[in-house]
Write a protein that binds this ligand. Structure first.
Ligand SMILES: Cc1cc2nc3c(=O)[nH]c(=O)nc-3n(C[C@H](O)[C@H](O)[C@H](O)COP(=O)(O)OP(=O)(O)OC[C@H]3O[C@@H](n4cnc5c(N)ncnc54)[C@H](O)[C@@H]3O)c2cc1C
Length: 329
C-alpha cells in the first residue's frame, strides 16, 4: 500500500517504521512547526493500560536502537496503594525508603525511568517538507494548493498539537502550551535522578546525565490555547522545586504545545475509509506514543479495535476542557 503520514513526530515516526518494515511505501510530510529537544522522559510508573503502552514503546525504542539512558527515580507524595501494588506485580523494582538528600520518604524506582533520545528517532525518518491539510471531504492538500488525495491508499494525520488545525473534521482533541526550565543547581545528583514530587507539585529530570550542575524542572501546569498562539510560561515550578531541592537558577525555558482529549488519555480514530488520526498524547507521548502507534497499525492492517484508546469512547461528547495530565498523581 501507499501510505501518507502527516507529521514526523513521535507517533508519525513510529508509524513510518511499522509500515515500512511490512513492505509498504511510506511518505512522510513534515511542516517543521515543532521543535524537538534531544531527550524526553520515559517512565513506566503510570496507571493501568498506559503501562502496557509504555512497555510496548520501550520495546519499540530498543528494537530500533533509539538511545535510552536509565536513572533512578524518586516519587514523593501519595500514590494509591492499588497503583503501587500493580507496579510490584509487574515486577518493577520499586520500594519505599527515606532519602536523606531529599529529606523525605519516597518511592525509589530502579530501571523504571529513562531519558529517551526522541530526536534521534525523529531525525532518522526521511520526509518532504510541507504543510498538509485534510478538508471535510477527505481531500488532502499540500501547502493549501496541491491536491494529492488520489496518490495514497492510507493517510494518517499524526500532527500532534496541530491535528485539529490541520483538518476540517471535528476531532476530540485540544491543544495546550506547556513548559519547563533548565536550571543550575549545586546538587550534582539532580543530573542523575528523576524526582516526581506530588506534595510540592514539580518534577526534576537529568539534562546530561553525568552529574553536571544542571537539571530541568517543570510542574505539569498547562495553558489551553491554539498551537499558533505564543505564551509566557511562569517560573512557579522553579519556586516549588527550590523548596525541596535547594537553590536553583533558571536560565532557559523549554516549551511547546501538547494535545489532550476529554479523558486526557491518548486516542486513535478513523475519519473516512482511508483517513485515520492519532493523538492526544499530551505530556507523555515519549512514554506511550510508540505503543499507541502499534495499536493504530494493527487497527489499519487487521481491523482489530482497542476500545481503551479508540475514539468511539468519546461518542456523544461535544464540549470538553483540558484537565490534569494522566501521568501525574
Ligand atoms: C516542552 C515539552 C516537554 C515534553 N516533555 C516530555 C517528556 O519528558 N516525556 C514525554 O513522554 N512527553 C513529553 N512531552 C510531550 C511529547 O512531546 C508529546 O506527547 C509528543 O511529542 C506527541 O507526539 P505526536 O507524534 O502526537 O506529535 P508531535 O511529536 O508533536 O509531532 C507532530 C509533528 O507534526 C508536524 N505537523 C504539525 N502540523 C502539520 C501539518 N499540517 N502538516 C505536516 N506536518 C505537521 C509537527 O511539526 C510535528 O513535527 C513534552 C512536550 C513538550 C512541549
Amino acid at each position: 500500500m501507499k501510505i501518507l503520514i502527516i507529521g514526523r513526530g513521535i507517533a508519525g515516526s513510529t508509524l513510518y517504521y511499522l509500515f515500512r518494515e511490512k513492505g509498504h511505501q511510506v511518505h512522510v510530510i513534515e511542516s517543521g512547526f515543532r521543535k524537538f529537544y534531544p531527550t524526553l522522559i520515559h517512565s513506566l510508573l503510570l496507571r493501568g493500560k498506559d503501562i502496557d503502552l509504555a512497555l510496548d514503546s520501550l520495546d519499540f525504542y530498543r528494537s530500533h536502537n533509539v538511545p535510552l539512558f536509565s536513572y533512578p527515580s524518586y516519587t514523593i507524595g501519595e500514590i494509591p496503594s492499588e497503583v503501587f501494588d500493580d507496579w510490584l506485580t509487574r515486577g518493577f523494582e520499586v520500594r519505599e525508603l527515606y532519602v536523606d538528600w531529599l529529606n523525605t520518604s519516597a518511592i525509589e524506582g530502579k530501571k523504571t525511568d529513562r531519558l529517551v533520545g526522541v530526536k534521534n528517532l525523529v531525525d532518522s525518518v526521511p520526509y518532504s517538507h510541507g504543510n498538509v491539510y485534510v478538508d471535510a471531504k477527505g481531500r488532502i492538500f499540500i501547502n493549501k494548493e496541491k491536491e494529492v488525495s488520489g496518490k495514497y491508499d492510507i493517510i494518517i494525520l499524526s500532527s500532534g498539537a496541530w491535528n485539529s488545525v490541520s483538518t476540517d473534521f471535528k476531532l476530540p482533541l485540544k491543544s495546550y502550551y506547556c513548559w519547563a526550565w533548565a536550571v543550575l543547581t549545586p546538587k550534582r545528583e539532580l543530573d542523575r535522578v528523576f524526582v516526581y514530587d506530588y506534595e510540592l507539585g514539580f518534577y526534576s529530570r537529568p539534562v546530561l546525565g553525568i552529574g553536571s550542575f544542571l537539571s530541568i524542572v517543570g510542574d505539569g501546569d498547562i495553558i489551553e490555547c491554539s498551537p499558533f498562539t505564543p505564551q509566557v510560561g511562569d517560573k512557579r515550578a522553579v519556586e516549588k522545586a527550590s523548596k525541596r531541592l535547594g537553590p536553583l537558577v533558571p536560565f532557559y525555558k523549554g516549551d511547546g504545545y501538547c494535545e489532550g482529549t476529554p479523558d486526557m488519555r491518548p486516542v486513535y480514530g478513523q475519519l473516512t475509509e482511508k483517513i485515520y488520526y492519532i493523538g492526544g498524547l499530551n505530556g507523555y507521548g515519549a512514554e506511550v506514543g510508540p505503543g499507541l502507534a502499534k495499536i493504530l497499525f494493527r487497527f489499519i492492517i487487521e481491523g482489530e479495535e482497542d476500545k481503551n484508546y479508540s475514539a468511539s469512547r468519546f461518542n456523544g461528547i461535544k464540549e470538553f476542557k483540558i484537565s490534569k495530565e494522566p501521568h501525574e498523581f
